[in-house]
Design a protein around this ligand. Structure first.
Ligand SMILES: [Zn+2]
Length: 434
């Protein structure tokens, strides 16, 4: 038996771990873990070899919030406001979505994420219309091979019952799903997608957060308004298990308080800038306050599904804002990796090229007309990388993309998503303008 299962040779590492130097090195994988980072040129015996010569080797990227169930209805809401989106996606499309639509969209979205080098995905699943909807999402995440965090939300069957003025508890099925996903260190784990004080009454928020604690789950919630953090803090509901999605309108002192409590954030730079009503990305203010933040795609209905585009959007928006704190390529890379891992509770397993962590590793081709010659690898990745340059993706040391080819059930996912879109066009024609 060779000492390692797999080695990655010839690449330039960006480790995102201050204790592991960047530069040319060999990564050695055993039992799904990064076993060793060895000097460049070392090529220990291994069952498999990934030749990353001319490539940049990074930790797998982390998407901290994506409504994956919307992945089969892509790119047609670019001109919508937040209110347009809410009306279309939730009021009209939501009740028409069946379990097979969730399965198709989740498989497609998860494969698209892997193709783009995203190895950890928070599937923000506020589509719990029936238990079969939950099962379909979890099974699709498992089939895709991604490190999935299934964030159980609420049904889209009746907005007046579940959100707005709701004080309804989340469906009891959440207990069954938790019992089915008991392993907090497995490939697919669970979180709670809470409604929060801006989508429900404070009583429902309190109940959601207490439920998450009782079930031993992290909580992720959309929150954009000044005062919301204070209201939750006054009830003792915020701690390091809570991630705030957007946090665009939170006051600076609220962000400082959130940082003190260990609360993390998820910034969706493209959608926040393109969809009127979401506010201005808080990237710089979060950094100034000391809140650890990750990046997120949010919804494929109106944004790009890859984090390279999100990194560029975050950087450009911050530079344009004129805020005083510097934001570097490395800062936005940290949001897409180690910060994202913190905001998903996966820091012990993912987010950096650290011996002992799971071998979630990607190789970006850099000996290409778009990137070479590389002077600053971090800047090259942030400014010019894209999913087409992601050559290799490993999750738990297992290839899910090899030599630029995605290995999962791609044809099946495309066919199922097309069938789902056809069904939804028929079921909710007004959403599609036909
Ligand atoms: Zn969202």
């Amino acid at each position: 038996m060779p000492p390692y299962d797999l080695v990655i040779i010839g690449g330039h590492l960006i480790t995102m771990d201050p204790a592991v130097p960047d530069g040319p090195a060999t990564i050695a994988v055993r039992d799904g873990l990064i076993a060793d980072v060895l000097p460049a040129g070392e090529r220990p015996e291994a069952a498999a070899v990934v030749d990353a010569t001319g490539g940049i080797v990074l930790p797998g990227l982390v998407d901290t919030h994506r409504h994956t169930w919307q992945s089969a209805t892509r790119h047609f809401g670019l001109d919508w406001s937040l209110m347009d989106y809410a009306g279309a996606a939730f009021v009209r499309l939501g009740p028409a979505i069946g379990p097979e639509d969730v399965r198709a969209a989740t498989l497609l979205g998860a494969l698209a994420a892997l193709d783009a080098g995203i190895t950890t995905l928070v599937d923000w699943a506020h589509i719990q219309n029936t238990p079969e909807h939950a099962d379909a999402a979890v099974e699709a995440l498992q089939e895709s091979g991604i490190r999935g965090v299934f964030a159980y939300g609420w049904p889209q069957t009746d907005p007046m019952r579940w959100v707005v003025d709701s004080d309804e508890p989340l469906p009891d099925d959440v207990h069954r799903v938790r019992a089915a996903l008991p392993d907090d260190h497995g490939r697919v784990t669970m979180a709670l997608a809470a409604r929060g004080p801006e989508l429900s009454r404070l009583e429902a928020t309190r109940r959601d957060l207490e439920l998450a604690r009782a079930l031993g789950l992290r909580t992720t919630m959309h929150l954009s308004n000044a005062g919301s953090v204070t209201r939750l803090d006054e009830l003792g509901l915020l701690d390091e298990t809570v991630t705030l999605v957007h946090a665009t309108g939170c006051a600076d002192d609220e962000l400082k308080r959130a940082a003190d409590l260990g609360v993390t954030a998820s910034v969706s730079p493209l959608i926040e800038q393109t969809m009127p009503g979401l506010g201005t990305p808080a990237t710089g203010r979060l950094k100034a306050a000391g809140v650890v933040a990750g990046l997120s795609v949010d919804t494929g209905i109106a944004t790009s599904g890859d984090l390279f585009a999100q990194m560029r959007a975050a950087l450009a928006q911050h530079r344009q804002s004129g805020r005083p704190e510097p934001l570097t390529a490395r800062d936005v890379l940290a949001m897409a990796t180690s910060g994202g891992a913190a905001a998903t509770g996966t820091s012990e397993r993912a987010g950096s090229l650290t011996p002992g962590k799971r071998a979630d590793v990607i190789v970006v081709a850099a000996d290409t007309v778009g990137l070479a010659p590389v002077v600053d690898p971090a800047a090259a990745v942030v400014l010019a990388a894209h999913p087409g340059l992601v050559r290799t993706v490993l999750v738990d040391g297992e290839p899910v993309k090899r030599d630029g080819v995605l290995l999962g059930p791609v044809r099946k996912a495309l066919d199922a998503a097309r069938d789902s879109l056809d069904r939804l066009r028929h079921a909710a024609p007004e959403v599609f303008g036909s």
